[in-house]
Design a binder for this molecule. Structure first.
Ligand code: AMP
Length: 214
């Protein structure tokens, strides 16, 4: 099974992808995570991408499509993928068709998480993760039981993404509206799009996604 999770930044794609990984053994292919890892490692791709990401703009189609192809190549043919944050432009959607076809794969579902943008700004600017295990938290909505200690691993270090500030978030949303939302009709024409209310409780969002892929 190969699934695209579509939605603006902060819609919950990362959280829901992790749940699909745990429940179905799929692999999460997040171009944002791959790019952040490249920035951290100081690779040529990371050096190129950093300023673009910090501004909330989109990294080139060639770079992200190459990252996706490389990741699919190291996966077993039987393991499904969740595309999280990719494709983000019509050119990427077209590349993905070729990337999948050449590896004998096909897209089964495109799930769009529908959200309210203003609420998302609050969601995103308050979010942070445990630096050790990656568990997600939020200043208002999901605090650790003991302040300063991760519920999952007991770690004491937390981190925030540099692009999770209001100005950059607004740019990232504008990019979504201008370049990513327009790719939906491509998939609608194939009859594989489902809409899920991304503003519902996290567990309800998961249940709605499960119903789509069942
Ligand atoms: P994300 O973690 O998906 O919110 O992505 C963080 C940032 O990485 C984005 O604001 C872009 O600068 C870059 N990025 C991630 N995925 C893509 C993509 N598919 N195409 C272009 N840029 C991307």
């Amino acid at each position: 099974m190969n699934i695209i999770l579509l939605g603006p930044p902060g819609a919950g794609k990362g959280t829901q992808s992790q749940r699909l990984v745990e429940r179905h053994g799929l692999k999460q292919l997040s171009t944002g995570d791959m790019l952040r890892a490249a920035v951290k490692a100081g690779t040529p791709v990371g050096l190129k991408a950093k300023a673009v990401m910090d501004a909330g703009e989109l990294v080139s189609d060639e770079i992200v499509s190459a990252l996706i192809g490389d990741e699919l190549d190291v996966m077993g043919p039987g393991q499904g993928a969740i595309f999280d944050g990719y494709p983000r432009t019509a050119a990427q959607a077209e590349s993905l068709d070729g990337i999948l076809a050449s590896r004998g794969r096909k897209l089964d579902h495109v799930i769009e998480l529908d959200v309210d943008e203003d609420a998302l700004v609050e969601r995103i600017t308050g979010r942070y993760t445990c630096a050790t295990c990656g568990k997600g938290y939020h200043d208002t909505f999901e605090k650790p039981a003991v302040e300063g200690t991760c519920d999952k691993c007991g770690g004491h270090e937390f981190k925030r993404r540099p692009d999770d500030n209001e100005e950059t978030v607004r740019t990232r949303m504008a990019e979504y509206r201008a370049k990513t939302a327009p790719i939906l009709p491509i998939y609608e024409a194939r009859g594989i799009v489902a809409h899920v209310d991304g503003m519902a409780q996290m567990d309800d969002v998961t249940a709605a996604i499960e119903a789509v892929i069942a």
